[in-house]
Ligand binder design. Sequence first.
Ligand code: ADP
Length: 495
Amino acid sequence: MAKPANGTTTIASPPAAEFASGWTYAPAPESVKVQIKPRYTHFINGVWTRATGETFPTLNPATEQTLCEISQATGGDVDKAVAAAGAAQPKWAALAPGERAKYLFRLARRIQERARELSVLETMDSGKPIKESRDVDIPLVAAHFFYHAGWADKLAYAFPGRTPRPVGVCGQIIPWNFPLLMAAWKLAPALACGNCVVLKPAETTPLTALRLAEIIEECDFPPGVVNVITGDGRTGATLASHPGVHKVAFTGSTEVGKKIAAATAGSGKRLTLELGGKSPHIIFEDASLDQAIEGIIAGIYFNQGEVCCAGSRLFVQESILDDVTSRLRRRLSTLRVGDPLDKNTDVGAVNSRAQLDTIRNYLRLGADEGATLHECGTAPLPAKGFWCRPSFFTGVQPSHTIAREEIFGPVLSVLSFRTPDEAVARANNTPYGLAAGVWTDKGGKIFDIARKLKAGVVWCNTYNKFDPASPFGGYKESGFGREGGLHGLRAYVDF
Ligand code: ADP
């Protein structure tokens, strides 16, 4: 136990070697080199705009080096992009559905062919470990386009007895935690249903969306079908309230989601929001504990906790609380924090300094409110970059800020329960309702608990598993609307 300067109790885990075999790994950096231009402009109506106006840098959060300059879209740029999408849309919708499908299949194949390059670029711009971008994000991106390419000529079967029509121009605003995957979640169903799109990636992670625009150009999509504009929240706000946009799809914070809901209210625009979460895991004493620990670790630490459905509240049946806590501690001490481009890295860099400051504030607050912080790993972190050690709190009360607010960092709150009813009541005691995890050996208990949890997705004896055919979305302050599967298509058609 160490007493840090602020007087809170911090328990640093023993180094990994004490628990594990004592192996050390040689560095295994990803060797693919990607080309990044010094400056990117907007992709509007099938061409890259001229480089004029305000720019801002996008950084590699692991090194703090500027990767390149990004253009801040003005109101005029948003107008041009929306006009291009509006002009292209009737022609795109009039294409034979099988022809639209061919474009999407081509795009999906090209993403697979360039998967390595996209993974490296994603990791450089976001800080997430290459293991995650290479094995999870980019394969899911391709899968999402393949899946929706399949729907393009089968919409009549998706909505039997009805005649689905495209909604029109879609303004799509996405966050920085799964940059290319969120672009795919937004673009693929919109395009399959005959809509045209103006996409705005997050200001800290625009590079893979811009690379996707290059691939779309390479796949010879008709001009204006997909437009990608970059900029900060000002560009997002202009796009969301633009009169030429018929549908807004947003993934990001609840705070911004509320602003967009207010800006679009009464405008007749369709809206889907995928917002924050404070997702619970419930572990019963009959669960396979090693399996549960792996799911919990993967559900919050492998992406630095930068996952809207991160399982950030852990409810443990009281009889196994000590056992689960010590297993968690032990497994955390083996996680490798460091260079995101190293194939051995489990936990990469936090996406931005602002986000790191937010996480640190919560760490301070948790300790100040009386919880005990277990910060794992004692090896020095790189001098440059935005790093946060994976950690968890014990002694957490439901009233503590860390148990109520979304931290969006590798920080877990451990709480306990005695009865299944208490577990459900505590898990549901949140303004959010995005996801939940249930860990038990008993099938009947799974169905009983899953039915009672107010969450869009309930994973049982697993966590953070995604499939393009499976709808994802939230309740309450986690938003509304679904993405993926048949339910996700519904947001992009009118009857
Ligand atoms: P996070 O908290 O995950 O960073 P934000 O909600 O701040 O998420 O940002 C998600 C996306 O929303 C980004 O692309 C950002 O530029 C955009 N954005 C921020 N503010 C606004 C706004 N007022 N209106 C529309 N989009 C916005």
